[in-house]
Design a protein around this ligand. Structure first.
Ligand code: NAD
Length: 497
């Protein structure tokens, strides 16, 4: 009998009503380690009812009280992050150091949420008319829904729920069913930090639970992160049901390498950003656009570095772990054949890697494909695995043209020592997050994270100032404290005197 992971509703675990469950794997061993409940609409109803009830009190809680919980959560998370990293590695497969990095970036958002009193301050205009002041309040939305992907089971939920809760909302999180345990662990830690029951709920599940959240009349907003087709669906369905929606989608991120770049830095960066977390990052670099004159040298430097990488169980001292499921591993591997069919050159084939781990794990080694035509599915698809493509270009203009012609606009990077070229790139490229000699330009927590085009549906990015605006409604108050001598009828539109 394997363990069953329950939902977290109203301050504790709850089995719910659904009888459906899903397998949770240890991808490095290829075995099922537990079952996760796949929630029904009734389970979502129960979580929303708890969140709705909790909002009555939490929505009115003082800033000091909310901030106190956030500070306590920050301390607990920091002290116990090693436990969480082990959970991430056991269900996602990423190596422990990478899991620790994910938590560190999530902690940044918790720290940002600790400083929310500063960001919740409204604006005040004194004496806009005689005895009249105007000021703004930022108030919570109510019950907010958060739906997250498998690739960052801690960090992506942490992009949203600390800000949502610190701004006075109550939350129903539907994490990925592939690596669900981190969500319960964080919910229990929030309770330990003093969060009242019902403020943070976790409903596990798949499309059924997501659909129930999307149409629930008491859910005010949806924050989604996942693949582009689902993000589009979430945005369209959620907005059609009157919700505020931010839906972050997939990506295909390019690194543009100009001939004057430091090619050793470029090769290190391409390998780190291409193969970290086995390429299962929405900010992974999946395409290197290399100017012809330096492409041969660069490909040689990248493949030399790849030869030093170790693939294996993330609990051991490896560079790269397994992929999330066997199906995903097999799908990613098919791109190597596709590359050959499309006339590209497979420089490093990761399909039969040396492994420091169990043979049944979902293994695929780092793969490098050169001379990739931009018409090939190797180029056009979001592969989401350890496959790095090199597209050869004539120069800057062709490179930017290729990037801007793509459907996604999540992240990109330019590598050059020419400040003018870098400046031109950051202004011309149609992408939401840009690195200059930085391969993974994930903004710090006090800026906001989000792409353009098919990488983000909706107006609000994640966390930072956008996160605060997304989770609050602004109210403008025009107030006059009357001098008793004022008064009299005037049916005209109010003007200032
Ligand atoms: P996914 O779209 O398959 O799943 C995301 C969430 O949607 C999960 O909670 C899942 O249960 C739910 N879901 C899946 N199918 C659904 C359906 N038919 N109807 C309703 N809900 C459904 O994504 P994933 O495979 O978990 O994650 C990888 C994807 O996420 C990649 O495309 C990656 O680029 C993207 N991603 C984007 C960002 C970003 O910030 N833009 C960050 C991380 C991941």
């Amino acid at each position: 009998m394997t363990d069953v992971l329950d939902h977290w509703i109203d301050g504790g675990t709850a089995a719910g009503t659904s009888t459906r469950t899903g397998d949770v794997f240890d991808p490095a061993r290829g075995v099922v380690t537990k079952q996760v409940r796949l929630g029904s609409a009734a389970d979502v109803d129960a979580a929303v009812a708890s969140a709705s009830k909790a909002f009555t009190d939490w929505g009115q809680a003082s800033i000091a009280r909310r901030q106190g919980v956030m500070f306590a959560f920050r301390e607990l998370l920091n002290a116990r992050k090693g436990e969480l990293a082990e959970i991430l590695t056991s269900e996602h497969g990423k190596v422990l150091s990478d899991a620790a990095g994910e938590i560190a970036r999530g902690l940044e958002v918790v720290e940002f949420a600790c400083g929310l009193p500063q960001l919740l301050k409204g604006a005040m205009s004194d004496q806009v008319s005689n005895d009249v002041d105007v000021y703004t309040l930022k108030q919570p939305l109510g019950v907010v829904g958060v739906i997250t992907p498998f690739n960052f089971p801690a960090m992506v939920p942490l992009w949203f729920f600390p800000i949502a809760i610190a701004t006075g909302n109550t939350v129903v999180l539907k994490p990925s069913e592939k690596d669900p345990s981190a969500a319960n662990w964080m919910a229990a830690l929030m309770a330990e930090a003093g969060l009242p029951a019902g403020v943070f709920n976790v409903v596990h599940g798949d499309k059924e639970a997501v659909d129930a959240l999307l149409v629930h009349p008491e859910v005010a907003s949806i924050s989604f992160v996942g693949s582009t087709p689902i993000a589009r669906y979430i945005y369209e369905t959620g907005t059609a049901h009157g919700k505020r929606v931010q839906a972050l989608g997939g990506a295909k991120n390019h690194m543009l390498v100009l001939p004057d770049a430091d090619l050793d830095l470029v090769a290190d960066s391409a390998v780190n950003a291409g193969f970290g977390s086995a390429g299962e990052r929405c900010m992974a670099i999946s395409v290197v656009l290399a100017v012809d004159s330096v492409a041969d040298t660069l490909v040689a430097k990248i493949s030399d570095r790849m030869a030093t990488l170790t693939t294996g169980d993330g609990r051991r001292a490896c560079d790269m772990g397994p992929l999330i499921t066997r199906e995903h591993r097999d799908k990613v591997a098919t791109y190597v054949d596709l590359a050959t069919e499309d006339g590209a050159t497979v420089v490093v084939d990761g399909r039969d890697p040396q492994i420091d781990g169990e043979p049944d794990g979902f293994w695929l080694g780092p793969t490098l494909i050169d001379h990739v035509p931009t018409t090939s599915r190797v180029y056009t698809d979001e592969i989401f695995g350890p496959v790095l493509s090199v597209v050869r270009i004539s120069g800057y203009t062709e490179g930017v043209g290729i990037i801007n012609a793509g459907p996604y606009g999540n992240g990109t990077a330019i590598f050059t020592n020419d400040g003018g070229a870098a400046r031109r790139f950051q202004r011309e490229v149609e992408v939401g997050m840009v690195g200059v000699n930085v391969p993974i330009p994930v903004p710090v927590a006090y800026h906001s994270f989000g792409g353009w085009k098919a990488s983000l549906f909706g107006d609000a990015k994640a966390y930072g100032p956008h996160g605060v605006d997304f989770f609050t409604r602004e109210k403008a108050v025009t107030a006059r404290w009357l001098d008793p001598s004022h008064g009299g009828l005037n049916l005209g539109f109010p003007q200032h005197d």
